[in-house]
Design a protein around this ligand. Structure first.
Ligand SMILES: Nc1ncnc2c1ncn2[C@@H]1O[C@H](COP(=O)(O)OP(=O)(O)OP(=O)(O)O)[C@@H](O)[C@H]1O
Ligand code: SF4
Ligand SMILES: [Mg+2]
Length: 379
């Protein structure tokens, strides 16, 4: 790199060149694990695109395959255990499933980077913060020691870390949880990646710090014009932050839509159930949130029918024997996996039928509430 291209600003800051077409295109991705219990279909048919400068929210309960999905995209899964059972991961048109580790090392950090759920697992506990930042800068951007130190300091400032000069010489355990997540964000941003994957970046933090970190990620994503995958179990987290949302259930994408469309006309009963479990300001303080009853299926022993059927208040006989494919909704880019979609005549008839019976086709008792799709969302 010529000296003229070296900069004092955090690298990548507003200088990512425009790309034509999607940054990332994931097509019918399947990542399975061969385990003593059988084949665990952790990711089993997920498709989406991430555009430059846009945020894709990935939402689903614990165990729905969100981390396996993000690690599949990053090519960060143990090669021995994970079976690439199908699909493509096209990053700038190149299929990452066919890329060698050597090639991936040039992509990690420089082209795509990840902020992990627990910063302690991604930070090296025995290496000072400064060195953890400068290593990537020197490897990818060919900066000398002084330039790398200066850039590291600028990065720590840009993520709002208090007393950044002092922190460079500290170890991760000397920082609070929120500070550590700011440091891992700075490390992820250091080499100006085009794609940032944030996998439940705030789970271990208290509510106030959660908001600060989410705001920080959003600001950085916008300023740097990155594509971002924001992964969470909380639909409320992505409501105001994502351009598009993929809802995952038991390894599958069960609904995908722009954020506005999803909240205006969600079609999948699981998405509706997730929405019902978000706290809303109009609810009285002691109003109980509706937890989704039951548990997701064992991914090593999936039912023949719809994976959500045992927990679905719309479930009919057909759902017990047939697993729905993706259907296209009226709005372009909106798709869902359901035979009796929320808000449609088929869905309303299914609810009325189950209400009359008092249970669903799987025997789950039902109580029918009004539609919540129009309810105002307050996060
Ligand atoms: N290395 C592995 N070997 C076998 N099974 C695995 C492995 N890694 C993940 N799994 C299984 O894949 C499924 C999806 O796990 P994953 O960690 O992606 O869920 P998640 O949606 O990220 O959950 P959480 O919200 O708790 O982080 C789980 O059933 C998990 O047990
Ligand atoms: S209505 Fe049927 S197909 Fe749709 S989510 Fe419920 S169980 Fe699955
Ligand atoms: Mg996870």
């Amino acid at each position: 790199m010529s000296p003229a291209t070296k900069r004092k600003d955090p690298p990548g800051y507003k200088d990512i060149p425009e790309v034509s077409g999607p940054l990332l295109e994931v097509i019918d991705l399947k990542t399975w694990f061969d385990t003593p219990r059988g084949i665990v279909k952790a990711v089993d048919g997920v498709s989406f695109t991430v555009e430059q400068g846009k945020t894709l929210g990935i939402v689903g309960e614990s165990g729905s395959g969100k981390t396996v999905l993000s690690r599949s995209v990053m090519n960060l899964l143990p090669k021995k255990a994970a079976i690439p059972a199908g699909g493509q991961i096209l990053f700038l048109g190149k299929d990452l499933r066919k890329v060698s580790n050597k090639e991936m090392r040039k992509i990690w950090g420089r082209e795509m980077a990840m902020v992990f759920q627990d910063p302690m697992t991604s930070l090296n506990p025995v290496v000072k913060i400064g060195r953890q930042l400068t290593e990537g800068l020197r490897y990818h951007l060919d900066l000398n020691k002084a330039e790398a130190n200066e850039t590291a300091l600028a990065l720590l400032r840009s993520v709002g870390l208090p007393a950044p000069d002092r922190r460079l010489n500290e170890y991760p355990h000397q920082l609070s949880g929120g500070m550590r997540q700011r440091v891992t964000t700075a490390i992820a941003l250091a080499c100006g990646p085009r794609l940032l994957i944030a996998d439940e970046p705030t789970t271990a933090l208290d509510v106030t710090v959660q908001k600060q970190i989410l705001d920080l990620l959003q600001t950085q994503q916008r300023d740097r014009h990155m594509g971002m995958m924001l992964i969470t179990h909380d639909l409320g987290v992505v409501a105001n932050r994502a351009d598009e949302i993929v809802v995952m259930y038991a390894g599958q994408a069960v609904e995908r839509a722009s954020t506005a469309t999803l909240f205006a006309s969600m079609r999948h009963p699981y998405t509706e159930a997730l929405l019902r479990s978000i706290p809303r300001i109009e609810n009285r303080i002691h109003t109980l949130l509706e937890a989704i009853p039951g548990r997701p299926p064992d991914l090593a022993n999936l039912p023949d029918g719809c994976r959500f059927a045992p927990r679905c208040r719309y479930a009919q006989d057909r759902c017990v024997t047939e697993n729905p494919d993706l259907f296209l909704a009226e709005q372009p880019g909106h798709e869902y996996r359901c035979f009796f979609p929320v808000g449609t005549d088929a869905g309303k008839d299914a609810l009325a039928h189950n209400a009359a019976l008092g249970h669903t086709a799987t025997g789950t008792p039902v109580s029918v509430h009004g539609s919540v799709a129009e309810a105002e969302l307050v996060v």
